[in-house]
Design a protein around this ligand. Sequence first.
Ligand code: NDP
Length: 313
Amino acid sequence: MPGPVILFAAKSERWDQYEHPLRTALSEVGLSDAVLTTQAAPETVDYIVYAPNSRMQDFTPYTRLKAVLNLWAGVEDVVGNDTLRVPLARMVDHGLTEGMVEWVTGHVLRHHLGMDAHIHGQDGVWRAGIVPPLARDRSVTILGLGALGAACAGALAALNFDVHGWSRSPKTIDGITTHSGKAGLADALGKAEIIVLLLPDTSDTQNVLNADTLALMPTGAIVVNPGRGPLIDDDALLAALDTGRIGHATLDVFRTEPLPPEHPFWTHPKVTVTPHIASETRAASASRVIAENIRRGEAGEPLLHLVDRDLGY
Ligand code: NDP
């Protein structure tokens, strides 16, 4: 009997990237007989490897589907789909995590060290005497202490930053001052000389940074958003940048992507735009995560990284 049928539902360039690593990872977990394909009759499919831009909307015809395995960490495109009646797993991949740690650390250090003054200041003026505080005297708040936020918090704490973190449920993490729930947000924001957003996009987290919450942060605070665009009220952020309440925003994610050319973020002197490149699912390591979940599904074991559909992440 052939192994499970796995439908890879993503753009064709992803198939080029993933076909070989997925086949390798499947055989490593003893599933070399799996049928991995981009085309299959819906009623024959056991697992769907899903990328948000696959345009797959209706899961109803997939009558023997056992699970949907999301290729990305964020699940906002699929989590609310009522036609999906089987478990949904998201991506937790050490390559993705390492990439995010590097991007976040780089952008935090840029702002902490005031690098822009020298990178943009090659004008014959000797700007001596601008000495940043040590990291131990700079507080950084991470909103979201999940797979990515906790790893970034740990890396920043290892550099001696005074790291605060905020999550939905209470947490204890060595070297990090943690805050949780709605009641903990004001304390976390009050400490945010630099804030990093690593929350999922859910109905509870949208506009978490708005005029009221931006006002709770220290004057001149820096916003770094590699999470999702809807976490920020764009107009409130632009207003706070214009008054100087917020010193700079480095934004990787936006409500509309690609960010439209006419969007004021592109030309604002206090905004840095990066094109959703903070971190990427890495084909080799992500394929091993997917293969392991299919092995678990076939063995009747609980899947890794299951999404709580009620919470939305
Ligand atoms: P996780 O699900 O592991 O972590 C999410 C964190 O957010 C958890 O700590 C969770 O709290 C917290 N959270 C969720 N809802 C709330 C709430 N209402 N109030 C307070 N805290 C809340 O996600 P990841 O760390 O893997 O990823 C985070 C996000 O990063 C993704 O959803 C995605 O949007 C984004 N991302 C961006 C990328 C890029 O290239 N720009 C690449 C990859 C991901 P608790 O721990 O209590 O559950």
